[in-house]
Ligand binder design. Sequence first.
Ligand code: BGP
Length: 469
Amino acid sequence: MYHKFIKPFPKDFLWGASTSAYQVEGAWNEDGKGPSVIDMAKHPEGTSDFKVASDHYHRYKEDIALFAEMGLKAYRFSIAWTRIYPNGTGEINQKGIDFYNNLINELLSHNIEPVVTMYHFDLPYALQQKGGWESRQTIDAFENYARTLFTCFGDRVKYWLTINEQNMMIMHGPAIGIIDPDKENPKKELYQQNHHMLLAQAKSINLCHEMCKNAKIGPAPNICSIYPASSKPEDVMAAYNFSAIRNWLYLDAVVYGCYNGTAWSYMEEKGCTPSIQEGDMKILESAKPDFIAFNYYTTATVAQSKGEDSDKNHTGDQQLAFGEAGVYRGASNQYLEKTQFGWEIDPTGLRNTLRELSDRYRLPLLVTENGLGAYDKLEEGETINDDYRIEFLKKHIEQARLAITDGVNLMGYCPWSAIDLVSTHQGISKRYGFIYVNRDEFDLKDLRRIKKKSFYWYKNVIKSNGDKL
Ligand code: BGP
């Protein structure tokens, strides 16, 4: 739709930026922190592990001062469950509570709103050893952890995100370390884990509403519009299939408290429906999120499946295998350019995704990740000329504004990432930040912080409330 008048961003728009604990903090075993599944997962060869990361644990004050200089109104970060409960449950580790208290207070002293993810991929390893999300005990452990977070930080944190990218954990479980790739029927177990995560999420939403009257809480999946490869009706249906399995399964459950029909029929077909105990659906129905946060990097395009194994391609969707016999087949989108890492770039797709979400769920929306991973270069005179990143973000912000004009209630935009951090699968060389961290994959150098060109650009964007791109 063309608009004669483009609405401005709302006055209280949350211009932010994001990180996650294991990717930025380092200090992986300091001050009583226990190991998480991420700490124990086998690391891809040639890339750094997360032991030091960006050393934010020791440098958070310096980092937050830079965030404040950039003008951030919000900072989306995650709490490492294993800093609070080294074994997932049991004794609280006071030093972990102290760290996040200090972090939150430091943000507030700079007028930066903390947006807290409760769980970002880093399940306590001790829980994983007891069955992880396959065990209903992990639901109780999460509820207990949530209660501790709301007790300790609920007086100051207004925005809570339950689980980061639950859908990616289920779809790519072995890659994230929540499931053993050699399991006999990983799908069956993954969808059981998914059911348990949905219950844990619902319980924590209810708890938040009970304990923190002024707080708002929502899920944080990775959501994107799914395009059919052509107008062939069978391709359109493949897009519906993939969208139901990738997107709506997770959001219908948290917003409407039910399983999406197409996704359920898919699970029946694959023999992987979860077992649901009496009372479970009531719990799902009882929880009402206040908003939907979501991560957006790119869209995906699919065609009708030929019902063969060759349906599994390696295109489009974050370079991970994608396609399933009889359901959908991944296709590349001829209209989109790709990043250096092969991810399709689709700013208009952000507008499409926002509109789909808004029409489907009628809730406020918050973008909690969006960004460009690239090989940045530190040049003479301490400069990093990341014009490509500016271009990428500019185009996405333009589309976000158009979506607002279309009628979407968008609360804020928190690109990935506030500062360079270790990518989940591709090391520190794949950089996303506004602030450069001087280290290489294996040489930690001095870890000094250097403002990139995009830092100054984003500062201006925020200052002008999105008018000056
Ligand atoms: C999302 C995760 C982030 C981050 C991001 C970029 O899926 O929530 O933690 O890793 O993707 O992905 P990558 O690091 O693989 O480039």
